[in-house]
Write a protein that binds this ligand. Structure first.
Ligand code: FMN
Ligand code: SF4
Length: 604
């Protein structure tokens, strides 16, 4: 360790006050100076926060962006969502490795560079995308850019000196409605809430019938009402958490809201704090969105200066609330609200056993509401314009609008906001899915944990009563192999399973092995039956929603795109996942035998 690194570690520990609940932030920040987390570094952090080195190593080992082994000075991670692959990411990554003379997943001998893959980076509308050293995103990669990038790395040019246009993240709003089309809220909603009072504002949220936008669709007014009724322990307060983990592959609408409308999101959190008498708020920002941190901090600072955060907000006595941003470290399961809270407390992101629910006992045991970015944004507009206004948009069971992240085989990928009740075919029409001779065969709505629809279902409507969604809308035209799409998602879930419960840990892996077996050409009816059984098993037996939805893509493609499986079934009975006779070839060579008895197939 250099003395500069020593000083940097001291500075991080001092700034974070050596607090255990800051452990993930401490490790992330320390690593940004040391490159990786060696045993001596972990021991030093452990001593500072008063934990054993084994516990600290256990925490670090949980997160993909924290490294217990050295990585390259330039650590390149290609986004590995299906939409990146459709745009050629695998070929480009191979080309990059060839240029840099390295193998994927390995560090070059001089320690200069490592190249690997990571789950979707939330840039599906401008892929193929990649992350460098976890904080710099590069979008719209192509062959020439890969060659130039390899040159820059070989010449050890600092990332900050790379061409700015490579790092450009755009947020193409293709259709705006009441959220994306409104002026950002800088106090209007808060003034309306304060004028009305907290009871009446909560009543407005209830009248709006707003349901959470993070996936489960729980009624926001009910959740806040439950949190309000839960009494914090003496000397503590309720907590407001904004879930900006956005890990569902193909989803990037929260990225757009945090970039284009951060004021409205923070205003929604502050309205929630007013209703709940909360003092502390957190934004749990996914590690892949680390590049947004500085701009979000600037908005928070401005809002403090405007009297919209801090002590006596808008002059209202006793209304004290502020927001911290916690940057995640690469773990999809940390989007699950109780795992998110564990992570906020500086621990491994294992989902908690419930009850108690976070609204009763959440962050550090305090009543906590966890809501999606879009939910807070909607709540702010409802506090401003009233619940009846919101309830008048959308459908009876699904009020208001929903923002979609549209990607895949379409002419105009990007951000689309529609009132609930819009048909799938309307979105397909608007994004140009049928242009340039394309024929859409499937849409994955809500990401891999959502549903896969075939062409016969495009008249269905987006809404909790028909096709619910957390926001992803991935389009697949007739050229795509839906078995391969589902296999990619199976790998994603197995990779992201936290391993806490057996059905998910083992089940997701078994699904991957069977699907890989089919892909390798050793499929049989036996394997198909096994896959069907596995998908049923996982639905009812896992500890959290990750395992419960992990086989949705398998279920949907097995029923809707059966032909894609059938062409991979070569026998009615079990066949092994490898060619036993071919495996024995080296032994035959060594012994000099090649007679019929030395071959398994010909034997007997
Ligand atoms: C594996 C898993 C990942 C999740 N990821 C997210 C996420 O990235 N963002 C989100 O808002 N909700 C996510 N959720 C849902 C949250 O647990 C929670 O329901 C949500 O944040 C509540 O907010 P809402 O009521 O506003 O929807 C996830 C759930 C599971 C099971
Ligand atoms: S279902 Fe999967 S992700 Fe959820 S707790 Fe179990 S192992 Fe972890």
């Amino acid at each position: 360790m250099t003395s500069a690194q020593d000083d940097a570690i001291d500075a991080v520990l001092a700034r974070r006050g050596g607090r255990r609940d800051q452990l993930v932030q401490i490790l992330r920040e320390v690593q940004s100076h040391t490159g990786w987390l060696s045993r001596p570094v972990l021991a030093r952090v452990a001593a500072a926060v008063g934990l054993t080195p084994a516990i600290v190593e256990g925490v670090a080992g949980f997160y993909r962006f924290l490294h217990l082994k050295p990585v390259g000075c330039y650590h390149v991670l290609w986004s590995d969502n299906v939409t990146d692959r459709m745009l050629g990411s695998h070929g480009l990554a191979r080309e990059m490795c060839r240029e840099l003379l390295i193998e994927p997943g390995k560090v070059s001998e001089d320690g200069l560079v490592s190249v690997g893959f990571t789950s979707c980076t939330g840039l599906g509308d401008q892929g193929p995308a990649l992350l460098v050293n976890h904080h710099q995103v590069l979008t719209r990669m192509h062959a020439r850019r890969v060659a130039e990038l390899a040159d820059l790395i070989r010449a050890r040019i600092p990332v900050s000196d790379w061409p700015a246009e490579w790092m450009q993240v755009t947020n193409p709003v293709q259709r705006a409605d009441v959220l994306l089309g409104s002026e950002p809220l800088q106090g209007q909603a808060l003034r309306a809430a304060i004028a009305r009072g907290s009871d009446a504002t909560l009543a407005e949220i209830n009248v709006s019938r707003l349901r959470g936008r993070g996936g489960a669709g729980f009624a926001t007014g009910t959740k806040w009402g439950l949190c309000r009724r839960a009494l914090p322990a003496a000397g503590t307060n309720r907590v407001v958490v904004c879930n900006a983990d956005e890990g569902e592959p193909g989803t990037f609408k929260d990225r757009a809201l945090l970039t284009l409308h951060p004021d409205s999101v923070f205003e929604g959190m502050t309205v929630a704090a007013y209703l709940l008498d909360a003092r502390r708020g957190f934004v749990y920002l996914r590690g892949e969105y680390r590049y947004l941190l500085e701009s979000l901090e600037q908005v928070l600072a401005r809002r403090r200066a405007q009297g919209l955060l801090g002590q006596r907000i808008l002059g209202s006595e006793g209304f004290d609330f502020d927001i911290d941003i916690h940057v995640g470290a690469g773990a999809y399961v940390c989007g699950e609200e109780s795992a998110l809270i564990e992570s906020l407390e500086g621990k491994r992101g294992n989902p908690r056993i419930r009850p108690p629910f976070p609204v009763e006992r959440g962050y550090l045991g305090q009543p906590t509401t966890v809501n999606n970015v879009e939910t807070f944004c909607a709540a702010a507009h409802i506090a401003h314009r009233g619940g009846t206004w919101w309830a008048g948009i959308g459908t009876e069971a699904s009020t208001g609008t929903k923002i979609h992240s549209v990607s895949g085989d379409c002419a105009r990928p990007g951000i689309y906001e529609y009132p609930f009740g819009v048909t799938v075919e309307q979105i397909l029409h608007d994004c140009g899915a049928a242009e340039q001779g394309r024929r859409t065969q499937a849409v994955q709505v809500g990401g891999p944990s959502g549903v896969c629809l075939d062409a016969g279902e495009f008249t269905r409507r987006i809404g909790f009563e028909d096709v619910p969604t957390a926001g992803a809308f991935m389009v697949f035209d007739h050229r795509r192999d839906m078995f391969e799409v589902a296999r990619g998602f199976a790998h994603f879930f197995a990779h992201e399973s936290c391993g806490f419960c057996t059905p998910c840990r083992i089940g997701t892996e078994l699904v991957v092995r069977r699907m890989d077996k089919l892909a390798a050409g050793y499929g049989s009816l036996f394997d198909e039956a096994e896959l069907d059984e596995l998908q049923g098993l996982l639905h009812g037996t896992t500890h959290c929603g990750l395992g419960a939805t992990a086989t949705n893509p398998l279920r949907d493609t097995l029923t809707r795109f059966r032909a894609a499986y059938e062409r991979r079934l070569h026998a009615t009975h079990f066949v092994p996942a490898f060619d036993l006779d071919a495996e024995l070839a080296p032994a035959r060579r060594v012994t000099g035998r090649d007679d019929p008895l030395a071959h398994l197939e010909r034997y007997g």
